[in-house]
Design a protein around this ligand. Structure first.
Ligand code: Z15
Length: 837
């Protein structure tokens, strides 16, 4: 097509489209141009925020060029693409990341200084893009970074929530929530695609008809139609031209106003219904690992799936290949069960709209989808009432029943006369009302299923998906251990350590090949290297201490041991056990003499994390932490040997300050409950040790770094069932240290104890579902080991270096490589640089 353009046109593009350079002067020119034109300001009224905006726009210009070249290359090569469907992308800030990935940081840093600003101040201005709850959403962001860095032709698809995860503030020690209106100012990191619009239908009815060839067909008609508008978020790779895209959909009412209603005088009703359309993408549901069966959530899921599939199918059809090629061109990874309706939607498109026979269509569908499971917690399993789906998506409900029928027929044929098995495998739960089990639908409609850490992938085969093994065998189920991007989580968050590593290893290659960190081992006895390693940690601790002072008003000593637990507040993650341990420590310290206390390692125990707004017990844990902090921090008698802080509003940017500063971090979920965990990887990569249970990725981290460099404790996953069973016959915890701590709380040492009664209750009366009493003693013992080890500072430094050196496996590059080679079957497509056309 380009060839058809007149020579003069091409010449103009050649002349004016040349790359803007990346040197300091070019940046300053574009900065000033953006201040004066984009922002319409003058030299007299630029503050840090406008400086941020101008810098961001300058980077955006460069991103868009790469983005265009990438899309053109992908269109031309037209190889198989992977579509990563996730309801959450927890990206955090973009400016620093883009500057580093594009290699602009030094020139821009110098340039901004001469303009009268500091890079740190400018970076601070950006609000986080917080379109996710926790691990699941942040994993999606890390994977996009790796896909871009490794030149894969990949797209992310998600929703553009007007409100991201709520902001957390504390009042009297309680969490309160504030809306996260992150689009208050213009967002330079998205490209509105007002021309990319997809109609999405809800409700209506299904009509059967006979087509010209005499085939029985179904048409979904009537109902409400609204529109999905695309907003594209460019994701630049590190050290490559590749810049991939996350397409986020925003809902809008369809422009055609309901004229009949309008004319009938029901103006307000008509306007109200239009407003409802915008509601769909208004807010991210703030629950992590917990399903709340709200109709609006189901609408979000279908809205997102329908718009994304329409877009993907449209792209496929451009290439004019036969439908049988679809799975050779397209692979979609379903992140959790959230996009499971995509299976049904694709089957509907193929059968109802394209007129393909059921079996042929179903073969295409199952080849197209892969399913990644991220949890085995029962409360996180998605189930939707059949009547709700029937009402919102009548044709989809029929198709689900048909998928189930054909599936169960196959099972019956393979394993005859096993009604019990049929009931267990059925996609439909035969309760009143009936429910659709989304995980079952996801398994049946995907050719591959994987878990996210070795233990988790074993557990899904032994527990939630056990019955499916009988039918499918084991080969459909596999493991892909999670990973994290070293670009954001070391290079960006910990510049001092990154610089030291680069100098020591002689190049930056480790940022693209994390296994090279092994090279640090031969320097472990080098005095100068060790000194700088320790100095980097200390300066990160000073930075965090400053942040703590600002955010909480508490002064902490940077020479104390920093003990960190930051993650969503959830009973299974056992922040409760941590704070109970703190109380134990506090009361032990109080009983000591001054001389005894002089020998004790000083600790700063740092908590952070959000509780789902409706999660009462989790919110009480936050209150307890703050009540304990209040007492401990104001008790001069323990002479600063212990401080407790709860850092409010934990998010990606705060994590970037906390993680590099940790000496030890806690990952202490009840064995078998944390599918993987990914912050554990971030801490260890930054030379922080971990205290953890034998759960999720902790196990594989231990395998890599060796048991000398990690503190593991507690019961094992296979013991959990029996332990839980034993609790039913106990009314009080058996552990005496735990009982003592409970008594302390009940005595009113931390304020009105009645407040905490519901929390204490979770441990007693035959409950303690998360087995705190079973692990408490070994937890305390292991904490003692931590204290002892920390006294040996040289030994600790060696451990810290050894930790980082062995973390190569946990790069998200490794994880993406495995997905690409073994599940998605996609190949890198390096961007072909054409000048600009
Ligand atoms: C979530 O953050 C995770 C799993 C889920 O099913 C939902 Cl709904 C949210 C987390 C896991 O809890 C965590 O262990 C894992 O590392 C992360 O997903 C990424 O796989």
């Amino acid at each position: 097509e380009i060839a058809k353009l007149p020579k003069e046109t091409l010449a103009l593009w050649e002349k004016y489209g040349a790359d803007e350079s990346d040197d300091k002067e070019s940046f300053q020119k574009s900065f000033i141009r953006h201040v004066t034109t984009t922002l319409a300001r003058s030299i007299y009224n630029i503050d840090n925020f406008s400086a941020y905006q101008a810098t961001a726009h300058s980077v955006r210009d460069r991103l868009i060029k790469r983005w265009n070249e990438t899309q053109q290359t992908h269109t031309e090569v037209d190889s198989k693409r992977v579509y990563y469907l996730s309801l959450e992308f927890l990206l955090g800030r973009s400016l620093d990341n883009a500057l580093l990935n594009l290699g602009l940081k030094d020139n821009y840093g110098g340039g901004i200084k001469e303009l009268g600003f500091t890079m740190e101040d400018v970076l601070e201005q950006e609000v986080d893009a917080a379109l996710g709850n926790g691990g699941l959403g942040r994993l999606a962001a890390c994977y996009m970074d790796s896909l871009a860095t490794m030149d894969y032709p990949a797209w992310g698809y998600g929703l553009r929530y007007t409100y991201g995860i709520f902001q957390q503030r504390l009042k009297d020690g309680y969490q309160i929530e504030f809306p996260d209106y992150w689009l208050n100012f213009d967002n330079p990191w998205e490209l509105p695609r007002l021309d990319v619009v997809v109609d999405v239908q809800f409700c209506g009815s299904v009509n059967r008809y006979t087509d010209e060839e005499g085939h029985e067909r179904y048409a979904w008609e009537g109902g409400d139609t609204l529109q999905a508008i695309a907003y594209d978020v460019p994701i630049p790779g590190y050290g490559t031209k590749n810049c991939i895209n996350i397409r986020l959909w925003s809902s809008k009412p369809k422009r055609q106003f309901d004229l009949t209603r309008f004319n009938e005088g029901q103006y307000e009703q008509a306007v109200y219904e239009q407003m409802q359309a915008e509601n769909i993408t208004a807010v991210l549901y703030p629950n992590d690992n917990h399903m709340v069966g709200k109709e609006l959530r189901l609408k979000q899921q279908y809205f997102w799936v329908a718009a994304s599939l329409f877009d993907i199918v449209r792209r496929f059809k451009k290439s004019e290949k036969p439908w049988s090629n679809f799975p050779l061109q397209v692979i979609m990874d379903k992140i959790h069960t959230h996009p499971t309706l995509a299976i049904v939607e694709l089957q509907r498109i193929l059968v109802d709209l394209e007129g393909i026979g059921w079996d042929e269509a179903w073969a295409i569908v199952t080849q197209t989808f892969a399913f990644t499971n991220h949890t085995i917690l029962p409360e996180a399993m998605e189930r939707w009432p059949v009547p709700m789906i029937q009402y919102l998506l009548p044709r989809h409900m029929q198709i689900i029943f048909d998928i189930n029928l054909f599936f169960l027929q196959k099972v019956e044929k393979a394993i005859p006369n096993n009604r019990d098995l049929l009931a267990k495998l059925s996609i439909i739960e035969e309760s009143t009302p009936q429910f659709v089990r989304m995980a079952h639908l996801a398994i049946v409609g995907s050719h591959r299923v994987n878990g996210v850490a070795a233990l988790h992938s074993e557990l899904i085969k032994q527990t939630i998906f056990k019955d499916f093994i009988q039918f499918y065998g084991e080969s459909k189920f596999e493991n892909k251990t999670n990973g994290i991007t070293p670009r954001r989580w070391l290079h960006q968050a910990n510049p001092k350590l990154s610089e030291l590593i680069t100098e020591t290893l002689g190049s930056k290659n480790w940022l693209k090949n994390l296994d090279l960190l092994k090279g640090l081992k031969s320097h472990v006895n080098n005095k100068d290297f060790r000194k700088r390693w320790v100095a980097a940690k200390l300066s990160n601790k000073v930075r965090l201490a400053d942040y703590i002072q600002k955010a909480t008003g508490v002064t902490v000593n940077s020479n104390a041991l920093f003990d960190v637990q930051v993650k969503r507040i959830h009973e299974y993650k056992r922040q409760f056990m941590n704070i109970l341990g703190v109380i134990h420590r506090y009361n032990t310290l109080k009983k000591m003499t001054s001389e005894e206390r002089a020998c004790v390692v000083h600790r700063v125990v740092i908590f952070g994390g959000k509780a789902a707004p409706g999660y009462y017990i989790a919110k009480l844990v936050i209150k307890l932490i703050n009540s304990v902090a209040e007492v401990v921090n104001n008790d001069n008698s323990i002479e600063d040997s212990l401080k407790v802080v709860f850092i409010p509003d934990y998010n990606v940017s705060v994590a970037e300050i906390i993680i590099p500063a940790s000496d030890i971090s806690q990952h202490i979920s009840t064995a078998g409950t944390e599918a993987s965990g990914t912050s554990n990887m971030k801490f260890v990569l930054n030379g922080g040790l971990i205290l953890g249970t034998v759960d999720g990725a902790n196990i594989e981290i231990c395998e890599e770094i060796g048991d000398d460099n990690i503190f593991m404790f507690g019961n094992l996953a296979h013991q959990v069932d029996d332990l839980r069973h034993a609790h039913r016959y106990r009314s009080v915890p058996v552990d005496p240290s735990l009982q003592a701590v409970i008594n302390d709380i009940e005595s009113g040492q931390f304020g009105d104890s009645r407040i905490f009664a519901p929390l204490i209750n979770t441990l007693t009366h035959g409950k303690d579902y998360y087995l705190i009493s079973d692990d408490f003693q070994s937890y305390l013992d292991t904490q003692k080991l931590v204290d002892e080890s920390y006294k040996d500072q040289e030994g600790w430094t060696t451990k810290s270096i050894m930790c980082s050196a062995h973390m190569g496996k946990f790069s998200s590059d490794r994880a993406i490589q495995e997905y690409a080679d073994q599940i998605w079957e996609i190949k890198p497509v390096p961007v072909m640089t054409k000048k600009h056309i």
